[in-house]
Design a protein around this ligand. Sequence first.
Ligand code: PHE
Length: 488
Amino acid sequence: MAEEAILGYLATSEEIPDSGQFASQHGFQHNDVVNVIKSLHGFRYIDAQDIKRESWVLTDEGKKYAADGSPEVQLFLAVPQEGSISKDELQKKLEPSVFKIGCSQAGKNKWVDMGKQVSRKVQHVEDKVKDLLIRIQKGDALGKDDINSLKARKLIVAQTWKGYSVKKGPNYAPTRKKVATDLTRENLQRGDWKEQEFKEYNFNAKGPPAEAGHLHPLLKVKQQLKNIFLQLGFEEMPTNNFVESSFWNFDALFQPQQHPARDSHDTFFLEVPSTTRELPEDYVKLVKRVHESGGYGSRGYMYDWKREEANKNLLRTHTTAVSTRMLYALAKQPFTPKRYFSIDRVFRNESVDRTHLAEFHQIEGLVCDKGLTLGDLIGVLNDFFSRLGMSKLRFKPAYNPYTEPSMEIFSYHEGLKKWVEIGNSGMFRPEMLLPMGFPEDVRVIAWGLSLERPTMILYGVDNIRDLFGHKVDLSLMKRNPICRLGID
Ligand code: PHE
């Protein structure tokens, strides 16, 4: 509609000087007219020149005074013609903001005497502010001083209006010709391609982005970490069992059955099947013994160890359950040193917030060899984390039921300018390793960290629910860059 009007108008007139006026004269929305102008200009039916106009519009406060009168006049009118009114009485008659502004402006204008009692100094005033505001509403042009004073009182703001002036273009025609975008089989059969006009190629147009598969940031970071472990000679452990028995998740790690982590507040237990079908009985006996009465130089926990508790199925709370199974299998073989790693999902019954979900991914590494020391652990951690780009590490003594000594790992965060906790580590206890059947001088150093933490830092995500779960915006996957760890 607007298109016909514009082309039709130009058939008889030289120019449309102002698209805004044109729109209101012909009953169109200016926006619609602008869109048509842009499109016709693109096909060079018309030439369009930008026009800009600065205009003034009333603020909400300005609109109120245009309707009700300026505060100073409202205040003046509330003061009796004869005698005076107390300031308190006057305040009750007016809105708080009108009273406040009115007092100061009416005082400045010398209209009233402001004391405890307020009285008129003049008998008649004119509401110039209101008149000016109404003139602006009508679109009148005002003098500089008036504009400045209204602007200073925040009663008006500048608004830039954009429109076009329009003339015929080189391809002008009173109606737009339909140009074909494709040469079809029918065009060829009918032979009408000879007369048909075809749309020109636009070599400047951007092509659609090539669609392909996209990897989630967690997968990209995981792949980089895998590469680091592989470069360091680690083998990946099979982590394809989310369901684990309490035995492998806790008991075999010398974690006592009364430990709070084994509570349903912290761990998801399975209802069906609620218990595990089989456990290695000989080993179970040794684990029971070490819990109850120790051995290998330990006193144990000195409590009645219950098989039913160990049988309970759960969603594994850490990948250390897998490490434990792997170490148990390793201990059955003639001893060979090993480096193992895993990166997979774990589950904890946590209340969900910006940084916690009830499921997350753990990265875990372990080295099993004779005569390893805490110095080896610190060395391996420095080596591993420096490949992630974290070369300033600090360690803090910590406690895990299954490691002694244990250390929390902190890294200096250059962006946050502080030390942040990045993982947990330790040397597995003899109470854990010796029942498995390892020779006495075998030591296992191990560490764990979450995959989400470094991913959030690397990809600038500050709410974990934006990274993982049903609220994730899929464009996060399409747009995120590749991951290169340790390269600044
Ligand atoms: N399992 C520990 C955790 O869940 C991490 C860890 C692994 C600590 C290995 C020490 C040794 O936090």
